[in-house]
Write a protein that binds this ligand. Structure first.
Ligand SMILES: Cc1ncc(COP(=O)(O)O)c(C=O)c1O
Length: 1007
């Protein structure tokens, strides 16, 4: 039929609404529906949708849809679907003759306002949960409904999907294999699938049929629209369809499906038998979709709309094929509150009756007492990761422990999150950024190579292989065992090659037979000799391998599939769980630590280990750190750690004794400074450094008044707070103290003077404060400022400002202090110190954070004149400042910067990142400014009127954390993202950061 014969004008739609429904409104044709649907807008209502059928539409089919909607609205008190509006004649469907003389059917439904699912970004677990709830409510509301048309033949019904087999020839190679695999699997499970509960279901919760609320922070699903595909079929099919569409475009589709299922199950409980078919049903819906696309491509090659979901459907099908159907089934069970593995309870009951000694496993050892070894992420026994990866050292520590505990067997590790697995094979990019396999699924027994291992039960060898690769199993044997009601497996990892040569698949072992012998590091995957002993209730799809370590976010499933081997031995030492929860830590802090000590992030994280540019939580999740300029040369930099540990073991005392370390640190530091700044004092914190700097200035000048910048921060002591506008002008502050004089923040982007050539104007502001001091008949003691103002929002000082300000201050007799606590030690890239960017030489500089790489170490450098006058007879004593340990650490830090050329690295990576951030700013107009030097950058978010966007900045930092990237916000308006990572931050890290920034800037709340 010609398109013109279908067309209905908006005017006609308005007439129909008025004539038949007594509604006077404005009609707008809805796109994509060939002008058959119209939105009718009426003031003070949500509006309506007028649906006009094509000529010759099947009236029974329309009646089916109307009856269905009426049934839902009678049955359901929530708005889950549009409501049918009756015509003035009392009917749900009326008809009229169109201009071509065709009969057209008209229906009116209520409009549900909101956003279409496909336009919502991001689709977070809470939203997916609410999608599940919505679909569950709909199934519930449809219970008992039936109609003749619900029993039609329909290609989109998963139960009828066998029609796709006829079209298998449309596919080739991998795609053909995938479709064929799912079709076969579906066919094989037909008899149990047939028996599942059936009902009339919506059958098309695709991403254009779901309406989501307008709330951008906590969106929820409001309703499902378009009931044209409703059908009587297995209920699980509706869940499958909802999942199939909503999990497309997720890196980990199985994880993405679980909240949907949880939401659905909470409202409409699913049965275990139904869950068994969910994986296959999802696949078959996708198979229908790609088959339809392949047919459409032949029939209507130019209609791109018909192939819209083909690419994501294929992507998903390919990922879906990689997932073990059993693992998916167990995950679905877990999400619905069943034991993830169906035999978990049976195993537990059986295991309570078993009485084994560890010596049954190792009869040659004859020890049953356990010394539990803590290899968890934060374990101090593990210490530095580099040491742990040194086999000789690890073995030495094991031997030492064994010597201390000769009667005990060293063991442990079930469900322990470890960060020993540094190989990339343990990483993947999931739905929340990088994920690492960290949670250990078996018990490790640390015993010498060649120790024989014996079977605890009769069993059959099902795997006997050499699992090659660094940190793999090496020699691996898996035995299968039977009980009266279930089967299970035991896994023996890190055996010798000889053990594998001696055991063939199919071989039957009796209880107490020797399974094999522990391998040495050459044959056991490069580990200190030990047995990895694991139990499994399923082999999943593994043929020659089985994971011994799992992803933390799947742990509930894995611990059900791999029960605790200690359920056989019942050692109370192994059973002990000393892990403290985050909530317990928070609660203690709340009660016993000062309330002013804030925590970062809406959901705080428990960081237990640092490694280079990463911070790692107790579950082994690695966060890329873009914030910590304290861990300057990398978290737990090996040389720095070793320098501290070594000196700590020998001597740590105050600087009144002669010790070379303080001189060595002084020499390293002086190498980086201009000759004018040649005298050093060592202290313990940035605050102490500034405190001392101000004391020097007041001693030198005999004056008390200090000139400092608006929103400046210089530390937490009395004097430092008194010169920190960031504090005394901020929350809880009591305003500017008597001897402090604040000039306008020299911010050329959003400050009092904007744009280029503002250096002179801001320098005049400094002069004005000098004049104020003089007008009070006082003199200036000091001028203090950071070369890039950090807490103020990474504000770069305008060109020429600092030189002019210094000149004015000096003319007034004051001293110039550069606070280098944040910016110093090479971070600027172009220069080692921040003041060098401005071609000035201060009288005093304060050095803090980076100098100790996390150890409390700070310093003050000044001119000999200042030092001379400061030494007025009063002793300068500092209990900890300049102690041998701190100095050893500081020296190691400075040497590392030099040896690893970290200043040059900061310049290169920083410039790259800054350029790319500027590119990003072109695509996201809320990025008002990208600024900074080296690896000390800032991004300022503003609206079109230069208004600060604090909520968006905060949102961004929290979302970046969700993706495993730590960022922090600052600035007086809290609208600046600070980027100041450990200096070992790489270009690849910058790319990762940029990737996720782009992703989050694209989210709805950021627009
Ligand atoms: C610029 C600046 N100066 C001084 C300090 C104080 O250093 P600390 O916290 O080590 O006392 C800080 C701390 O953040 C700072 O950012």
């Amino acid at each position: 039929m010609m398109y013109s014969a279908l067309k209905i004008s908006t005017q006609k739609a308005e007439e129909l609404a008025l004539e038949h429904f007594n509604l006077k409104g404005k009609a707008t044709a809805l796109i994509g529906e060939i002008d058959l649907n119209f939105k009718i807008e009426i003031n003070n209502t949500e509006g309506y949708i007028l649906k006009i059928s094509r000529p010759n539409e099947d009236c029974d089919y329309l009646d089916f849809q109307q009856q269905l909607l009426q049934y839902v609205s009678e049955n359901d008190c929530h708005t889950v679907a549009p409501k049918v509006v009756m015509a003035s004649n009392g009917k749900a469907i009326i008809s009229f003759l169109d201009e071509s003389g065709h009969i057209r059917q008209v229906r009116l439904l209520t409009w549900i306002s909101g956003r279409i699912w496909s336009s919502v970004n991001p689709q977070l677990p809470e939203l997916r949960y609410s999608l599940g709830e919505q679909c569950g409510k709909l199934t519930q509301a449809l219970a008992g409904f039936d109609h003749e048309k619900a029993h039609r033949k329909f290609v989109w019904d998963i139960a009828q999907s066998d029609w796709t087999k006829e079209y298998l020839h449309l596919f080739e190679k991998e795609e053909k294999q995938i479709i064929h695999y799912f079709q076969n699997a579906f066919e094989q499970h037909q008899s149990s699938y047939e028996k599942l509960r059936k009902s009339v279901v919506h059958n098309d919760a695709n991403d254009n049929n779901i309406i989501v609320s307008e709330d951008l922070l906590q969106p929820r699903v409001k309703a499902t629209i378009d009931y044209g595909d409703a059908i009587y079929t297995q209920i699980i099919n509706d869940v499958a369809i909802t999942c199939a569409y909503a999990i497309m475009n997720h890196n980990d589709p199985l994880e993405a499906a679980l909240p949907i299922l949880k939401g659905y199950h909470k409202v409409f409980p699913l049965q275990e038998a139904e869950l068994e078919h969910l994986y296959g049903a999802i696949a078959m819906r996708l198979a229908i979709s790609v088959t339809k696309s392949a047919i459409n491509k032949i029939e209507e090659p130019n209609n791109a709309y018909l192939q819209i979901s083909e690419k994501p459907a294929w992507l998903l099908l390919k990922k879906w094929r990689e997932i073990s159907p059993d693992f998916a089934y167990f995950s679905f069970r877990g999400a619905c509150g069943f034991t993830a593995h169906p035999n978990e309870e049976k195993f537990k009951n059986w295991a309570t009756k078993q009485t084994f000694e560890v010596s049954n496993l190792f009869p040659s050892i004859q020890k049953n007492n356990i010394e539990k070894l803590d290899l968890s992420v934060g374990s101090t026994w593990v210490g530095h990761i580099k040491d742990m990866n040194n086999l000789d050292f690890f073995q030495f520590k094991i031997d030492q422990l064994q010597a201390q505990q000769p009667d005990k067997l060293i063991a442990g590790g079930y469900l322990e999150a470890r960060s020993l697995y540094t190989s990339n094979a343990y990483d993947k990019i999931g739905n929340y950024g990088r994920e690492s396999r960290t949670v250990h699924l078996g018990i490790d027994f640390w015993l010498p190579a060649k120790t024989p291992v014996h079977a605890l039960f009769d069993g059959e060898v099902v795997v006997s292989v050499i699992d090659e690769g660094n940190k793999a199993y090496g020699g691996l044997i898996i035995l299968k065992h039977h009980t009266a009601t279930f089967d299970f497996y035991t896994l023996y990892g890190h055996l010798s090659e000889k053990s594998i040569a001696e055991k063939q698949v199919g071989q039957v072992l009796k209880k107490a037979d020797c399974v094999g012998f522990l391998g040495n590091d050459k044959e056991n995957g490069n580990w200190a000799p030990h047995l990895h002993f694991q139990m499994m209730l399923s082999l999943l799809d593994y043929k020659n391998d089985f994971p011994g370590v799992a992803y933390f976010n799947q742990i509930e499933v894995w611990k059900s599939v791999c029960p605790d081997p200690n359920s056989l031995f019942k050692s109370h030492i192994l059973a002990e769980n000393q892990q403290i929860t985050n909530q317990e830590i928070i609660d203690y802090r709340k009660q016993y630590l000062g309330k002013g000590m804030s925590l970062q992030y809406k959901v705080p994280i428990n960081i237990v280990r640092g490694s280079e540019q990463y911070l790692i939580d107790q579950f082994g999740r690695k966060y890329l750190d873009t914030v910590n300029n304290v861990a300057h040369v990398g978290h737990e930099n090996y040389d720095v750690v070793k320098a501290g540990q070594a000196q700590m073991a020998v001597l740590n005392t105050n600087s009144r004794y002669l010790h070379e370390n303080i001189n060595l640190l002084a020499k390293e530091l002086l190498e980086t400074l201009p000759p004018e700044l040649s005298v050093l004092h060592f202290v313990n914190s940035g605050s102490e450094a500034n405190e001392l700097a101000i004391r020097m200035a007041t001693t030198f000048t005999g004056e008390k008044d200090v000139i400092a910048s608006e929103v400046g921060y210089h530390g937490n002591t009395n004097m430092c707070v008194a010169i920190s506008s960031y504090k005394f002008d901020g929350k809880g502050g009591s305003g500017v103290p008597e001897h402090t004089h604040i000039f306008a923040l020299p911010d050329a982007f959003r400050g009092k003077y904007r744009g280029e050539n503002t250096g002179e104007l801001y320098a005049r502001e400094v002069q004005e404060q000098i004049d104020v001091v003089h007008s009070n008949n006082k003199g200036v003691a000091a001028f203090i400022i950071e070369p890039i103002i950090s807490c103020g929002g990474q504000i770069e000082l305008p060109e020429g400002f600092l030189a002019k300000a210094y000149k004015a201050i000096r003319a007034a007799g004051g001293l110039c202090i550069s606070d280098e606590v944040q910016v110093g030690c090479g971070r600027m890239g172009k220069t080692f110190w921040g003041f060098q960017l401005h071609n000035v030489i201060p009288d005093i500089i304060s050095i803090g954070k980076p100098l100790g790489n996390g150890h409390p170490l700070a310093a003050v450098a000044c001119t000999p004149e200042v030092a001379e006058k400061f030494a007025n007879g009063m002793e300068f004593f500092n209990t900890f400042g300049g102690n041998p340990v701190s100095c050893a650490i500081g020296t190691a830090v400075l040497k590392t910067i030099k040896n690893e050329k970290l200043q040059e690295h900061a310049l290169e990576v920083g410039n790259y990142l800054k350029d790319e951030l500027s590119e990003l700013a072109k695509d996201f107009s809320i990025i008002g400014d990208v600024r900074g030097q080296g690896l000390f950058l800032g991004i300022e978010l503003v609206d079109a009127n230069m208004g600060p966007l604090a909520a968006k900045t905060d949102y961004l930092a929290n979302r970046m954390k969700d993706f495993g990237i730590l960022m922090s916000t600052d600035g007086s308006d809290h609208n600046v993202l600070k980027i100041k990572p450990p200096m070992v931050f790489t270009k690849e890290n910058a790319d990762e950061l940029l990737f996720y920034l782009r992703k989050v800037f694209g989210e709805d709340f950021m627009s």
